[in-house]
Write a protein that binds this ligand. Sequence first.
Ligand code: NIG
Ligand code: FE
Length: 491
Amino acid sequence: MLCYYPFLYVIGVATLITYENDLKNGVFYPEALLYIYKKASFFAYYFLHSPLNVWQLACPKQERNSHPLWGRGLIFLFPMTLLGPFTELLTLQNLPMRGALQDEQIEIIPDAGVLYNADGIIMAVGKFLEMKKDALIQGYAIETITESLVLLPGLIDCHTHTCYAGNRAQDFAMRMAGKAYLAIAKAGGGIMHTVRATREASLETLKALTRTRLLRHKKEGITTCEIKSGYGLSFEAELKMLQVIADLQQEDTGIDLIPTCLAAHICPPEFENQKAYITHLITMLLPEVKKRNLSHRIDIFVEETAFDAENARYYLEEAQKMGFALTLHADQFHAFGSKLAVEMNAQSADHLENSTEEAIEYLAQSNTVAVALPGASIGVGDKFTPARKLLDAGAILAIATDLNPGSAPMGNLLLQASILAMYEKLSTAEVFAAITFRAAYALGLQDRGTIEVGKRADFVTFKTTDYKNILYQAATTEHIHGTWLKGVKTF
Ligand code: NIG
Ligand code: FE
């Protein structure tokens, strides 16, 4: 039993070294203790399981098992949870960030387990039975799964407009009957219709509406959801939308929310021209968004009925100088947004239904993620984003729902991805990558999207024995068993 004191000493020194910078910055003492504790649990796990652990090497296995205190003593310091067994666990690790993928490249662990710490960080992935033996010795909590389930990293919807009030069923009916999306917008409907309803709604009403939609996202397997503002288009109403997202992030919705300021959705009628509105955003709104820490990303709709390339470039440059990450609604109806996105080194260029061959090449040569929004193609009756060509050219492809009351009221990421895949001829690996780690990249997130050591324990599980059923059965959510956010089961 005395053997592990030297290990704890090493762990203590290691944590203090990593904590040194925070100490210099004067972090509050109780936080410091928590920080050391969290770091220690990470180091401890690896130290105790590494070949450097002389005690483990020196003691025969049987003897180790006969020392229950060995595990029980440590469990108070380093609680861990082992979850499993899963019939199949798709790690999605070690796959390239860009370009085409084959299903054979997916790492599938049969009868798998996943171990995570109290912080919701994955500590080990492997065969459940082997991990269970170790977990019993160490005294870790074991959550046994009794059904046949397939586990994937939690799904990431990297482009949504989930926060809005009102209804655009009338637009939908008109579009079905043949009226064009842009013609409805030019007649004063479209986005402005939703802007009026959203401006009128109170913060609490907007929060309740968004909360209800998030519940649906959760049941569809989403664990990270980007949400844009963009239906306020005034100083107060844009801040109200972003505040709704910030408030919901503090609630227990089971989804991690990534807010994006889309105040440059269209130019509202209160402003004389695009330039005047953009100047207002740069001088008034964005500094306030920054001050209140409401968003680190901005979006702009580059289109005939929205912002031209010149004003968009000016806005993007100024926002970038202020430290915002960039994303664009690009090439939805006319191809003049994606080139700008690449030139500005934006995190993503989204839509791309009408991208040219030249635009596909630009995107393929860049780190800007091409985000396909099949729900918008279906919702306006337009063609799909050329996902196959983008992947074959070597682009980074993500898929998102674009859930909004106008162009894409459909929702359901898996269903949309399944439809896009059938029309664009995508492999299952390409689809899974596009809604997990490649979508995380589109949001600038490195801590999620795969099941691997050090990543967040965000999972979605399906009631099936074969991962191929996931897209095959995407029309219903009945086969979705549950989601976990940082190791906590959310339903
Ligand atoms: O991503 N195209 C611009 N913005 C949204 C649609 C917004 C709306 O129609 O309300 C989109 O499709
Ligand atoms: Fe959108």
